[in-house]
Design a protein around this ligand. Sequence first.
Ligand code: SAH
Ligand code: SF4
Length: 359
Amino acid sequence: MSISKANNHSKDLIEKAVAGHDLTRDDIVQLLSLVGKDAEILLAAADTVRKQYVGDEVYLRGIIEFSNYCERNCLYCGLRTGNSKLRHYRMTEDDIIATAKQVKKMQVPTVVLQSGEDSFFTTAIICRIIQRIRKETGLIITLSIGERSYEDYQAFKKAGADRYLLKHETASAELFQQMRPGCKLESRVQCLQWLKELGFEVGTGNMVGLPKQTRETLADDLLFMKDMDADMLGIGPYIAHPETPLAASPNGDVELTLKVLAIARLITRNANIPATTALGTLDPEGRLKALQAGANVVMPDFTPLKYKNLYDIYPGRTDVGSPADIIAKLKNDLASIGRTILFGDGYRPGKTINSQTNI
Ligand code: SAH
Ligand code: SF4
């Protein structure tokens, strides 16, 4: 759909965004308010900028959810300590390595190790896992294990981890504190800064649809993502989990999430933006819609089947079947929208990488 079909004011704003001019908080709020044809035009504009900056190939990251123990009590998440109904698991080191080998076998170049904040996995254990994965598979390693100390992050980098995902979740300090008891936005941002300083490729991002969130809060999320100059941006809808205090809070809106994602693409240009599992959970076409609204990454889930259902952050997560089935389905889905899989490194395009570990 062409920009010329949008109404005049929306057209000017979308053109400003496509041209790469800075958007104000108010501009972003207005873009988030677009509906119908105008919203479609916004998503299509992000798709064009995606094509221009990161191309048609979709980058893959294979995710392994290695522990569902978490010492935090985030109000939105099914892994919170307060959820006494959760059946717990921890993968053994050997299990994690064997699963990483599956990722390698499917020619996916990056593995993402994700878990709750689980101190059973000490710095030494995580470092040993990183070293073994590097040695035994050569995969690029992304960690997503929450807030740790500077020294921990330094040790992870030294052991061979390359990337770190730590979503800021919401740029409202007040909402952040309400949603994550005992945590502060300030500390999370400090962690992101340390990770950048240490030379990690850093991913951040938010949830769309948290209670009390407004379009202004979402605009602040987007401005934060731009300021952070993050390499990856995870943007997904909030999904209500029945065993949490937010059980009655409605799920995030798919259309609004797509608009947030599209604006993220327009303002950051070359960031790697996944079509999140959460979008695919709320809408069977969610991932494909995201890939046509600015996203360029998919993170297939390689967690062994016996654990997958127990990693119950939110209900209804998809990606069932063996790794081979998942990749085959993905190839088909991508072909239907004229996209292909990149079995390459998937570093943020146009960014100079300074590292001895990135082979
Ligand atoms: N413990 C780590 C990583 C695991 S949680 C951490 O919190 O960073 C990974 C992501 O799951 C979080 O960043 C959050 O954005 C998302 N998440 C948690 N609960 C969710 C829910 N109910 N709906 C949608 N996303 C959720
Ligand atoms: Fe733990 Fe992360 Fe869930 Fe919070 S979002 S309870 S830190 S797994």
